[in-house]
Design a protein around this ligand. Structure first.
Ligand code: HEC
Ligand code: HEC
Ligand code: HEC
Ligand code: HEC
Ligand code: HEC
Ligand code: HEC
Ligand code: HEC
Length: 291
């Protein structure tokens, strides 16, 4: 469904978020302030800055007509300082051929911007619009902006929970296909929320009632999740463990640190062993109690 919709919409043109703001001013105002909207920017010396700074910013710049360099030092919010970019072993940076089949650079821009990528005469990459804006989730909207009505723009409110995983999974990474092996032991993979979420009993056994949109407003940044959300389905969870004073998510969606400077919530909602090495937080332990 989502795949087909994307294909059909791909033939249309992008209008840009400024055009949407004319009529949807309130959504446009809140969305503009999100980390999504700021996922790509430029520094004063014209480097590209990937990441809104919620956790980190990585710098990228064109090095020659055919190459881009991902800088070796990134800025981290936790330390307030520069340190090695994830995956790098020296501060020298890594050079990518812009158009090599395995080029990561075009892909960086794809996930951190909206609309079609263009090339300048000097073969510099120009995103349609920097950041994750309206039309990444709603599809190209020129037709709708010219003739606004329901039905000529995608409203993801009508997608199923599985389809929402795929929509967000375009960038947050797709849930594994049936039979596909996933390395759940690698702490770097915890930041792929749809992958982990797709494994949890809450998602699998709630008949499509729990999706990314149950806990996240798509036009705002995340807020701490109150226990009321869990209580919608778990009015009286059975505990032998003392839980008073702790939010449900502290224990059941624990934060995993792939490096001392980064942390991601484990979206595989489950029962975790909360003592011992952090690696124990990658997969739930077998459930000790059953309803
Ligand atoms: C000229 C005004 C106008 C512009 C520009 C505009 N919209 Fe709309 N939009 C509307 C109206 C009117 C509706 C229908 C509201 C209704 O009937 O409840 C609508 C509905 C929608 C819906 C819900 C559709 C549905 O089927 O439920 C979405 C999503 C949407 N707009 C997104 C966008 C996006 C994204 C842009 C920019 C690409 C945009 N709009 C630009 C006026 C506009
Ligand atoms: C076009 C790619 C793309 C799509 C599609 C996308 N995201 Fe994101 N998302 C990002 C990027 C990039 C960031 C990192 C922003 C930053 O730099 O902090 C992000 C960050 C987030 C955050 C963290 C915001 C915060 O508070 O810091 C949430 C929550 C999120 N996305 C949820 C979603 C959901 C839910 C969907 C589907 C409805 C979705 N995203 C679709 C690319 C995308
Ligand atoms: C498949 C889509 C995708 C690609 C390709 C991609 N990113 Fe991201 N990026 C994301 C998403 C989604 C997030 C939000 C992750 C999160 O916080 O959960 C993100 C977050 C980030 C952040 C903020 C720190 C963090 O981890 O939250 C930085 C910096 C970043 N990306 C840089 C890059 C660079 C540089 C490249 C290319 C080498 C790149 N990204 C390629 C989707 C992508
Ligand atoms: C990360 C994905 C994402 C981005 C970016 C995004 N939206 Fe949405 N939008 C959604 C989802 C998901 C829904 C359905 C929300 C729901 O019903 O829970 C939605 C709903 C809407 C609706 C219908 C609201 C209603 O009450 O019927 C409008 C209008 C809309 N978005 C406009 C915009 C505009 C304008 C922007 C850019 C400023 C934007 N969206 C950016 C995902 C997104
Ligand atoms: C839409 C309903 C729904 C919501 C909301 C929900 N869950 Fe669940 N959850 C379920 C269902 C259904 C099961 C499976 C129960 C079973 O197997 O009998 C489950 C199972 C669990 C389990 C057992 C894990 C396992 O592997 O069997 C835990 C722990 C849990 N949920 C915690 C939470 C927490 C914490 C929240 C809030 C962050 C939450 N749930 C939100 C429906 C939900
Ligand atoms: C049961 C509730 C729940 C669901 C469902 C859920 N999330 Fe989250 N998510 C959270 C909580 C809680 C946080 C941490 C918020 C905080 O305290 O800042 C979070 C954080 C995030 C972040 C910030 C980076 C991180 O991992 O900590 C992103 C991105 C994100 N979620 C994306 C998604 C996507 C995409 C989906 C659907 C596949 C999804 N979430 C489904 C509760 C949920
Ligand atoms: C201090 C950590 C902690 C907190 C806080 C916590 N839990 Fe649990 N939870 C556990 C552990 C450990 C188990 C396994 C059973 C046991 O030993 O108590 C469990 C089991 C569960 C189960 C599976 C048992 C069942 O009834 O099916 C659910 C559902 C659950 N918790 C939901 C919640 C909800 C909802 C909240 C918030 C009100 C919450 N938990 C708060 C640690 C915690």
């Amino acid at each position: 469904m989502v795949g087909l919709a994307l294909l059909l919409l791909a033939a249309q043109d992008f209008a840009g978020s400024r055009s949407c703001a004319v009529c949807h001013s309130e959504i446009a105002r809140t969305q503009a302030g999100t980390h999504h909207a700021q996922a790509l920017g430029r520094t004063r010396d014209r480097r590209w800055a990937f990441g809104a700074g919620a956790q980190a910013v990585t710098y990228v710049s064109q090095a020659s007509e055919d190459t881009y360099v991902e800088h070796g030092l990134s800025w981290y919010k936790k330390s307030g300082k520069l340190a090695l970019t994830p995956g790098h072993t020296t501060p020298d940076g890594v050079t990518y051929q812009t158009f090599a089949a395995d080029s990561n650079i075009l892909r960086c821009f794809q996930c951190h911007s909206t609309g079609k990528l263009r090339l300048t005469p000097a073969r510099a990459i120009e995103p349609g619009q920097p950041g994750v804006r309206c039309e990444t989730c709603h599809g190209p909207g020129a037709d709708h902006a010219a003739k606004p009505q329901r039905g000529n723009i995608r409203n993801p409110a009508r997608l199923s929970a599985v389809e929402v995983n795929d929509l967000c999974g375009q960038c947050h990474r797709m849930p594994p296909a049936r039979g596909e092996a996933t390395n759940f032991e690698n702490p770097w993979n915890v930041r792929h929320q749809p992958v982990y979420f797709s494994q949890s009993a809450c998602f699998l056994k709630s008949e499509g009632k729990l999706s990314c949109l149950s806990c996240h407003n798509p036009h705002e940044d995340t807020k701490p999740l109150g226990d009321a959300k869990c209580a919608e389905c778990h009015a009286k969870p059975r505990h032998t463990t003392a839980i008073a004073g702790n939010a449900c998510v502290t224990c059941h969606m624990p934060v995993v640190n792939p490096s001392p400077l980064l942390g991601f919530v484990n979206h595989w909602i489950g029962v975790y062993r909360l003592t011992g090495p952090r690696a124990k937080l990658l997969r739930p332990i077998q459930q000790r109690t059953r309803r």
